[in-house]
Design a protein around this ligand. Structure first.
Ligand SMILES: [Zn+2]
Length: 74
């Protein structure tokens, strides 16, 4: 949806983006010792389907903090 601006479930184009704050535990993804990644919710207002995307600015921090999927993590 972020890239196509179209809902993959219902085909609707009534899409909104909500930026999530760091306070929601569900959306909190550690991107450093004192840093959490910023995430965006893309929601289809036609059917309610939603996607969760990590903001571009947080990707590098995530990579550094978590390492590769094969590692043991932080
Ligand atoms: Zn939809």
């Amino acid at each position: 949806m972020k890239n196509t601006r179209r809902c993959p479930k219902c085909g609707g184009s009534d899409i909104i983006r909500g930026t999530t704050a760091v306070n929601g535990a569900y959306d909190k993804l550690q991107a450093g010792v004192f840093k959490a990644a910023r995430t965006d919710r893309w929601v289809c207002c036609g059917c309610g389907y939603c996607e969760l995307w990590v903001a571009q600015e947080s990707l590098e921090g995530l990579k550094e903090f978590w390492g590769s999927p094969e590692g043991d993590g932080p």
